[in-house]
Write a protein of this length. Structure first.
Length: 215
């Protein structure tokens, strides 16, 4: 789930140093976008007519937090794709450690142009990532990749335990590490505004998981 900075972080020409700090925060997290195992399981339960061993494509997988959940919750094969090579390297190492390399293929690729055979998947999955390319384009891509009757499931929500809590912990860790670096501290303050804003407005925000199906 390689994420662009959210609206709380300035999007105008981020500096090279910004991206260094950005990935120092995000690559260390168990997942790179909002979500949880419970949300994954509930959404998967809505894909009721999937085959026993579905072919799954996880777009914007990041380091594979939800990819591993999908492997636990299904008996299918998974292609996990992210454009950020270090995230794929970390996932590849995790798969080797857990004996999952025969079921999950982790590849570097662009969700906007995944270069996968049309109509080859029963389930296209994406948690906290599809907003990067826009929902209209994502729906077209999902439709083309799915077999008839296949499902596209995507989200950009579900917040604290699995995402914002470890994010805040990582930011605090880097604040201590970079305590004498004014530029790094300023970038970290920008990034810390996202979970802080959610905390301030949590009563007015909601978690959404969309499940669609190709006819």
């Amino acid at each position: 789930m390689t994420r662009h900075p959210q609206s709380t972080t300035p999007m105008t020409d981020p500096t090279p140093r910004f991206w260094v700090i950005f990935f120092a925060v995000y690559e260390a997290l168990p997942r790179q976008g909002p979500g949880s195992r419970a949300c994954t399981a509930r959404a998967l339960g809505l894909c009721r007519e999937r085959p026993p061993t579905p072919a799954i494509l996880d777009l914007g997988c990041g380091v594979g937090g939800q990819t591993l959940h999908l492997a636990e919750l299904t008996a299918g094969s998974i292609v996990a794709m992210d454009r950020h090579a270090p995230s794929i390297a970390r996932l590849t190492a995790t798969l080797a450690e857990r004996g999952l390399a025969s079921r999950i293929q982790a590849i570097v690729g662009d969700m906007a142009d995944p270069k996968q055979p049309p109509g080859s998947f029963d389930l296209v999955w994406s948690e906290g990532a599809l907003y990067n390319i826009g929902i209209a384009k994502a729906l077209r891509i999902g439709h083309d990749l799915l077999r008839p009757g296949g499902y596209l499931a995507f989200t950009d929500a579900a917040w604290w335990d699995d995402f914002y809590t470890p994010m805040e912990q990582r930011i605090d860790q880097l604040r201590r590490t970079d305590a004498q670096d004014a530029e790094a501290l300023a970038i970290l303050e920008q990034m810390a505004e996202e979970p802080a804003m959610h905390r301030r407005s949590s009563e007015h925000s909601a978690s959404e998981f969309f499940v669609t199906r190709r006819p």
